[in-house]
Design a protein around this ligand. Structure first.
Ligand code: C6P
Length: 422
């Protein structure tokens, strides 16, 4: 590293991270004012979906109240305004993840669709004997689309193992990379374990052999500062609804050269340049991959969500959540019979655990009686459950609006659940 880079990093480290004024920020989230079973809502199911600030709710309502028109299609003023707002959201996404160009940002329904797009389109070049390399901690969304691509092509799925802490076993991963590997597809942050993968290193290893890498960023984008150019990933997928935005909208980032060389995923309006019955030519990027009327309101409201988190700063959000996770982990360690699933050295925002003798679904139900909303289940990561020999876990996941008092409420409810089953 050169001296300038060292100095830049030293300066960045010296800049204090602003503290979130969480009590004040909670006022931005109307849903948090509710009570359930006579108790204030303690919402700790943020990995499933986050709650929305008033600015995002208002943005979507404002769109339908004053801006609603189809995009890229009309010469009338309303359509042009809708198009401008839609394209401004693309610029906001580009800025959020520091993509080199706006044509590299494709709007989709969510992470699931983004990965399916790549598996279906890039997957057309797969041949028998080719390999796709994933990890043992993937969400079903980063397994099943590749299985489908393998079934269609005769390629095979290779799986890099994880250790007892829930960390990727890097040596085994490196050994699985080879001349037959056509794609590495890996989560940035595991939704079932909280593990943060060393994706920069993983990408370097893959690129050394000329292999492209797709990163599933569904859980990472709300909790970490992501820079796709610094990572040098080839594809990056995430969902709006985990980033305080609406459901039904997400993003596929892809390097322009790769996207350009890939065939369309779906056919329809807006993705074409010219259509005859004999032949169709396709629109430029990113529109080639945005067939049909998109979720216009959702995209624009995602832009508002990005504005919200950017104003707070992802570093500040990450620092707050990191402190909450440390506080929660320390409390969990005090509870007899609690087994933590996922103890990686690098973790973020997710605490997954089981309680001896109590099924996670029963724990979830009792927690709900105390107003505490968590997810209990396999978290759409059944191979992770199998790896740890559990049918399911209880998962508490944190967001920018969570408080230490809510962690206390979680563990008070956990103790109450243990008493019920004592
Ligand atoms: N995980 C959870 O409770 P969609 O559903 O397309 O927005 O995101 C899919 C997805 C892909 N990868 C990871 C790592 C994820 O965590 C998710 C969604 C939610 O953990 C719902 S299953």
């Amino acid at each position: 590293m050169n001296t300038a880079a060292h100095e830049r990093i030293a300066v960045e480290r010296a800049v204090p991270v602003a503290r979130l004024e969480v009590e004040r920020l909670r006022q931005d989230f109307p849903i948090l004012r509710q009570t359930f079973h006579g108790k204030p809502l303690v919402y700790l199911d943020n990995a499933a979906t986050t709650q929305k600030p008033q600015s995002v709710i208002d943005c979507e309502a404002r769109y339908y109240g004053s801006l609603n028109a189809n995009v890229h299609r009309g010469v009338h003023t309303l359509s042009q305004r809708a198009t401008d707002a839609y394209e401004a959201a693309r610029d906001a996404v580009r800025g959020l993840i520091n993509a080199a160009g706006r044509e590299e940002i494709v709007f989709v329904r969510g992470t699931t669709e983004a990965i399916n797009l790549v598996a279906a389109s890039f997957g057309q070049r797969l041949r028998p004997g080719d390999e796709i390399l994933i990890s043992a901690m993937e969400h079903h969304s980063n397994i099943v689309p590749w299985q489908l691509a393998c079934q269609r092509s005769g390629a095979s799925l290779q799986v890099a193992p994880i250790n007892d802490a829930g960390e990727l076993m890097l040596e085994q991963f490196a050994r699985l990379l080879g001349p037959s590997t056509r794609m590495v597809a890996m989560t940035h942050l595991s939704n079932a374990l909280g593990t943060v993968n060393p994706v920069r290193h993983i990408i370097e290893l893959a690129h050394a052999q000329g292999i492209p890498v797709l990163i599933d960023g569904a859980q990472a984008v709300p909790h970490l500062k992501v820079d796709v150019q610094a990572l040098d990933c080839d594809f990056y997928a995430f969902s709006g609804h985990k980033l305080y935005g609406p459901t039904g909208v997400g993003v596929l980032y892809g390097k322009a050269g790769l996207l350009d060389a890939m065939p369309p995923y779906q056919g329809g309006g807006d993705m074409i340049r010219e259509v005859t019955f004999g032949r169709t030519t396709y629109n430029a990027l990113p529109y080639k991959f945005e067939a049909g009327t998109p979720n216009i309101a959702g995209v624009i409201a995602l832009g508002a969500a990005i504005g919200y988190v950017s104003a707070l700063g992802l570093e500040a959000i990450a620092a707050h959540e990191h402190a909450l996770l440390a506080y929660a982990s320390a409390q969990a360690a005090q509870i007899a019979g609690l087994r933590m699933i996922g103890t990686a050295a690098d973790k973020a925002s997710i605490l997954s655990f089981t309680l001896d003798g109590i099924h996670p679904h029963d724990v979830g139900t009792i927690l709900d009686q105390h107003g505490v909303a968590v997810r209990a289940g396999h978290h759409c990561a059944m191979p992770v459950m199998e790896r740890f020999g559990v049918p399911a876990t209880v998962r508490a996941s944190f967001a920018l609006y969570n408080l230490r008092e809510e962690v206390d409420a979680l563990f008070a409810a956990v103790r109450a659940a243990q008493e019920v089953f004592a």
